[in-house]
Structures are given as structure tokens and as C-alpha cells.
Design a protein around this ligand. Structure first.
Ligand code: PHE
Length: 361
């Protein structure tokens, strides 16, 4: 029970005019004392002041003895002594309880001890690599652009030169949220590039990091969601040489000076010409291993010159402006960098895996 008794001692002498009244008050106090319990030092101290202390209620009742009729004094004295004893016993009981707890360590606070150190979590490897990629491009003057993960058909496909029934739409197994009109989970962050181009503020030099979704069977090498960083540069006179130089810089910063790079011709509907970029295998150094399927090379990104149709779709004069775009999967780069063989581990929240990475300071 917690401590709830408050007595207005000044008014006691009025109340105790009669013997019965005094006995009732003694009974009430006895009940309150019996029910009292606490293991809190401060609450116990309040008990002591209220019942045992020189200004306490037991002392105050003792003071009422002088008003008691002589024939009742003996009985009243006996009742008050009982009350006093009860309060003192309870006080002993409380002290013992608190002492026992102090001895066993409960409720014990040693203010001289140093505070508990806060252990910070570690950053997720995907975040570490994302931050690294972003910071490299930021040094080249690229700004971060973000957009919605639920996209409409225009921004995810049509504006990017994938009109309805275009076979390349099948390349990106899409999770649809609704069919007509078509809303979907974005399959790439190229949709963010469209949104930026539509703003019409040129030149554009952006990177678009973010989560994307594809309806793929989950395996060691594929997941139904993953992360990308795509990039876009549009200005007066952008050439394929600019694209190559930018990506060379990125790769050397990311993987070191010794890394080798090659471009292979490829196809994307939104770029022309298009290419894929490979780097020399980080695991075997280019000699050939399981990771690079014994070719010595691993693909890390797709890129190309922005297709004139895409520029026009977004209201940009393709005769006046040109640009390049590229896109890479962060999971893939993280796997190469940390030699992780199964990308499912990124989303399993296994602390034993996660705590091996840099602390989140
Ligand atoms: N959007 C492509 C993808 O998700 C990547 C890419 C971006 C390729 C820009 C070329 C140019 O696979």
C-alpha cells in the first residue's frame, strides 16, 4: 500500500473531545499502520515523520491524555501504548526490509560509478556503400535527387522510351499496385531522373539513390527488392567520353587505383548507344574464379547516352542538349567489396552479420 494518510494535527483536540472519538482515531491509525508497506527509503521516511517523529500523530494523541476523564485514563493509556508499539515495530520492519535490499544490491545506486556506456549500433553495409557511392559523385558536383517508390506508368516506363507492349518491359518484372491506371512499385530509380528532367531546369547533374522492386524469385543473387544509385548528367555538349571519364573516376575511388575497367556494348531502351561496365574481379584479381564465372570480369553497371526520345518526352530539346545516364545495384557492389556470396543476408537482420561493419558514429 502506498502512503496516503494525512492528519490535521491541530484539529485533533477538538475531535478528541469524547473517549469514543479518541478510540476510533486510534483504531484508524492502527489500521493505516498495519496496511502500510514500502521498500522505498523516501516513503519509509515519510512514515517515520508521520507516526514516530516528535510531531507525528502518535505523539499528538499522547498529548490528548490530559483531556481524558480520570476514570478513562488507564484504558486510554493502554490503547495509546499499543499504538506506539505498533508504529515502532512497523518502523523496524521497514528499516530491515530496506537494509536487506541494500545488502543484496536492489535499489542500490553508487553515484561514484561511471555511467553505462551507450553502445552504438553499426551501419548496414548497404548504407555504408550507398554513402560511399554518393560521396564520390557529390565530389564531382552531382546532387542527390529522390522520388516516390510507388510510380505511375509514365515515369517508370513510357517516358523512358518503353511504350505500352514494348518487349523490354518484360525485362523488369513489375509489381503492379493497380492495372488501370497502372501504378507500380518502381523497378528502377530512372523514374526519378524523369521527374527531374520534367522540371526543365538545365543543366542537370544528379544521382538517384533508392530502393527498387522487381518480381523476381528470391535467391542468392536476386531479390524482390534491392537498392540502386542511378546518375544523370544533361548539359549543352555531353559526350560518351564524359560518361567514361566520370565512371573511371568513380571506380578508382570506390575500388582503388589497380582496378581494371571495360565497357561492353549493350541495350537499354532509354539510352543510345548503351553499354555495360565490367571491373576486374576483386576476388581473383582477374585470374578467373567462381564469382566471375572464370572470365576475370564482373559487371557492375549499365549506362549510355540518354535517348533523344527520352529528352523530348521530358520536354528537353534533344538538338540542343545531350546527356548520359548510368545505373548500378548497391547490393552487387557491396557483395564484391565485402566478398558476400548471398544477398539474402542483407535483409535478414542477423546482428552477428551486421555488427561486423563500421560503427554508426
Ligand atoms: N535503369 C537501368 C536498370 O535499372 C540501369 C540504367 C540506367 C542503364 C541508366 C542505363 C542507363 O537496370
Amino acid at each position: 500500500m502506498c502512503f496516503t494518510i494525512t492528519l490535521h494535527l491541530n484539529s485533533l483536540s477538538l475531535i478528541f473531545a469524547s473517549m469514543e472519538n479518541l478510540l476510533t482515531q486510534i483504531d484508524n491509525l492502527k489500521q493505516a499502520i498495519n496496511h502500510f508497506s514500502s521498500d522505498d527509503v523516501n516513503v519509509a521516511e515519510v512514515f517515520r515523520i508521520q507516526f514516530i517523529g516528535s510531531n507525528g500523530s502518535v505523539k499528538a494523541l499522547m498529548g490528548e491524555m490530559k483531556n481524558v476523564a480520570p476514570e478513562n485514563k488507564k484504558a486510554m493509556g493502554q490503547a495509546l501504548n499499543d499504538l506506539k508499539l505498533l508504529a515502532e515495530n512497523k518502523w523496524e520492519e521497514l528499516k530491515n526490509l530496506i537494509n536487506r535490499q541494500e545488502a543484496t544490491g536492489k535499489n542500490k545506486t553508487d553515484l561514484t560509478l561511471p555511467g553505462d556506456s551507450l553502445s552504438l549500433g553499426s551501419r548496414h553495409p548497404i548504407s555504408i556503400v550507398r554513402n560511399k557511392i554518393v560521396s564520390i559523385f557529390q565530389r564531382l558536383g552531382f546532387a542527390i535527387a529522390e522520388g516516390p517508390e510507388i510510380e505511375d506508368d509514365w515515369h517508370n516506363f513510357t517516358a523512358l522510351n518503353l511504350p505500352e507492349n514494348h518487349p523490354a518491359r518484360d525485362m523488369q518484372d513489375t509489381f503492379y499496385v493497380s492495372q488501370d491506371p497502372a501504378w507500380m512499385l518502381r523497378t528502377h530509380t530512372s523514374s526519378v531522373q524523369v521527374r527531374e528532367m520534367e522540371k526543365g531546369e538545365l543543366p542537370i547533374r544528379i544521382i538517384c539513390p533508392g530502393r527498387v522492386y522487381r518480381n523476381e524469385t528470391i535467391s542468392a543473387r536476386a531479390h524482390c527488392f534491392f537498392h540502386q544509385v542511378e546518375g544523370l548528367y544533361i548539359a549543352d555538349d555531353v559526350s560518351f567520353a564524359d560518361l567514361k571519364q566520370t565512371l573511371y573516376f568513380f571506380v578508382k575511388e570506390m575500388f582503388g587505383e589497380d582496378i581494371k575497367v571495360r565497357f561492353r556494348p549493350s541495350y537499354f531502351p532509354f539510352t543510345e548507344p548503351s553499354a555495360e561496365m565490367d571491373i576486374s574481379c576483386l576476388i581473383c584479381g582477374g585470374k578467373g574464379c567462381n564469382v566471375c564465372k572464370h572470365t576475370g570480369w564482373v559487371e557492375i553497371l549499365g549506362c549510355g547516352m540518354v535517348h533523344p526520345n527520352v529528352l523530348e518526352n521530358c520536354g528537353i530539346d534533344s538538338k540542343k542538349y545531350s546527356g548520359f545516364a548510368f545505373g548500378m545495384g548497391i547490393e552487387r557492389i557491396t557483395m564484391l567489396k565485402y566478398q558476400i556470396k548471398d544477398l539474402r543476408i542483407f535483409s535478414e537482420n542477423d546482428v552477428r552479420f551486421l555488427k561486423q561493419f563500421e560503427s554508426a558514429v
